[in-house]
Design a protein around this ligand. Structure first.
Ligand SMILES: [Zn+2]
Length: 180
């Protein structure tokens, strides 16, 4: 009796997709998906707003930055090696975030990495930068972000010199240098 009713019921539904029950199921599924997506978007927006003290729209950042600085800091791009203005800078001073001015690196921690990008063995203050795992392009890297505005700065690797053994490989365009 049980099998019989099952066998009749399901083919009946699929043969008549316009049956009102199918319509109802479809509408409920769409409504559920829409609600779920909407809730997720709201959660992300709140998380982003909470994460950084300084937030701006892409249009606002574009007005403040050069095209290459916008591409690197806001879209996680990378400048070409040996093209930036700081990889070979040997002056004493402070490197700040190009987007928000937060002081990030001291020239005292800068070293010759031979990579063509300005490299430091430590940030000025650990809380001024955020480390985050980056698996894009199939590489296991840790990306470094300004903790105040979320600007993408570069990556940190564990093949640096003493005393930390770290190599903060930064993009020149993400930084602004002030001589001491
Ligand atoms: Zn910043």
């Amino acid at each position: 009796m049980h099998y019989k009713s099952k066998n009749i019921y399901w083919p009946y539904l699929f043969k008549k997709p316009n049956h009102f029950i199918m319509k109802k199921i479809f509408i409920v599924a769409i409504a559920f998906l829409f609600t779920a997506c909407n809730a997720q978007t709201k959660t992300n927006a709140v998380a982003t707003a909470k994460k950084f003290a300084i937030t701006k729209t892409d249009a606002e950042w574009k007005k403040l930055l050069t095209p290459i600085a916008f591409e690197v800091t806001r879209k996680e791009g990378t400048e070409q090696a040996y093209t930036g203005k700081y990889w070979d800078n040997h002056e004493k001073g402070i490197y700040s975030c190009i987007c928000c001015g937060l002081e990030l690196f001291n020239s005292d921690a800068k070293f010759e990495s031979g990579t063509g990008w300005p490299s430091f063995y430590q940030p000025l203050n650990k809380i001024n930068v955020l480390d985050e795992t980056d698996n894009t392009y199939g590489m296991d890297r840790t990306k470094v972000t300004c903790s105040r505005c979320g600007a993408h700065l570069g990556h940190v690797f564990t093949d640096g010199p003493k005393p930390t053994g770290l190599r903060y490989c930064m993009n020149s365009v993400s930084l602004s240098f002030t001589k001491k």
